[in-house]
Design a protein around this ligand. Structure first.
Ligand SMILES: CC(C)(COP(=O)(O)OP(=O)(O)OC[C@H]1O[C@@H](n2cnc3c(N)ncnc32)[C@H](O)[C@@H]1OP(=O)(O)O)[C@@H](O)C(=O)NCCC(=O)NCCS
Length: 245
């Protein structure tokens, strides 16, 4: 079963083949986190040392983001050792991100699309947003990006408005239900800023969201979570919009 994992050198080969798929569809261009990474870091990925340095930097961005970024956590979606895609959670919004970008951005490698991965990946990240105090995540997508829109709506996203070529949605991340006022799984989220993985993270009340490849499809939007605003976008950068092909 696919799961969130913090970036790690273990998936080097699979990561490289996925990045080639993104290159082949023309994603190596400015305007998205993935595109920027392909351009800026891609040439370093082929060697173990270069890839390790990249992984370390991505993990560091949760606490020490590069210029123009807000702190953001990146996970990779791993299925049986295969890199399927990536998803980022921005820890806070700027004025610009409130307009375009939002809290969450994601990409799935072309060869594994339409299997429910993005839907499941977003569902898996919402509890992390909740643990960071984000009750309603803001997600944005291009008006014509039907796939992304369906991913957001499958996770309970409610259309807020349209601003130019972008749709803005709010996705509820759920309710705090424990007597202490903290969800029982919150502690698991609190120390993974730079390290750790989400592996083994307890599921939120009501389940961990949609599964993929049929089984996961037994999940229904909104189960285990409240409704409300949610978000999408590309991770971290404060002044540049997400590009959605
Ligand atoms: C958007 C993206 C992440 C979707 O990933 P995915 O794993 O294929 O998404 P899912 O399999 O969870 O599909 C979600 C829904 O969209 C539908 N869908 C997927 N691709 C579609 C397409 N090209 N056209 C229309 N609908 C599509 C699926 O059928 C599914 O609908 P359903 O739940 O009613 O069956 C992927 O297409 C991608 O990486 N695109 C490029 C980057 C991008 O646009 N990121 C989002 C930025 S906001």
């Amino acid at each position: 079963m696919a799961e969130l994992q913090r970036p790690d050198v273990r998936w080097h080969a699979s990561f490289l083949s996925a990045m080639q798929e993104f290159r082949d569809e023309g994603r190596a261009r400015p305007g998205s986190m993935l595109g920027e990474d392909l351009l800026e870091h891609g040439p370093t990925w082929s060697t173990p040392a270069g890839f390790a340095a990249y992984v370390a930097q991505v993990r560091r961005e949760a606490v020490a983001p590069r210029d123009d970024f807000v702190p953001h956590t990146t996970w990779w979606w791993i299925d049986g050792g295969e890199y399927i895609g990536r998803i980022d959670l921005r820890h806070r919004l700027t004025e610009r991100l409130r307009e375009v970008g939002g809290h969450v951005g994601y990409d799935v490698r072309r060869s594994r699309r339409r299997e429910g991965h993005a839907t499941a990946m977003l569902a898996a990240v919402l509890p992390h947003a909740r643990a960071r105090g984000i009750a309603d995540a803001l997600l944005t997508c291009d008006v014509g990006n039907l796939a992304s829109r369906r991913v957001i709506e499958a996770n309970g996203g409610r259309l807020e408005d349209r601003r130019g070529a972008k749709l803005r949605f709010l996705v509820g991340t759920g309710q705090v239900t424990s007597p202490s006022g903290r969800p029982p799984w919150a502690a698991a989220h609190e120390d993974y800023g730079e390290g750790g993985t989400c592996h083994g993270l307890p599921s939120p009340p009501g389940g961990g969201g949609p599964a993929v490849r049929g089984a996961a499809r037994s999940w229904r939007p909104g189960e285990g979570r409240g409704t409300g605003p949610g978000v999408g976008g590309w991770p971290g950068r404060t002044h540049r919009p997400e590009s959605t092909p």
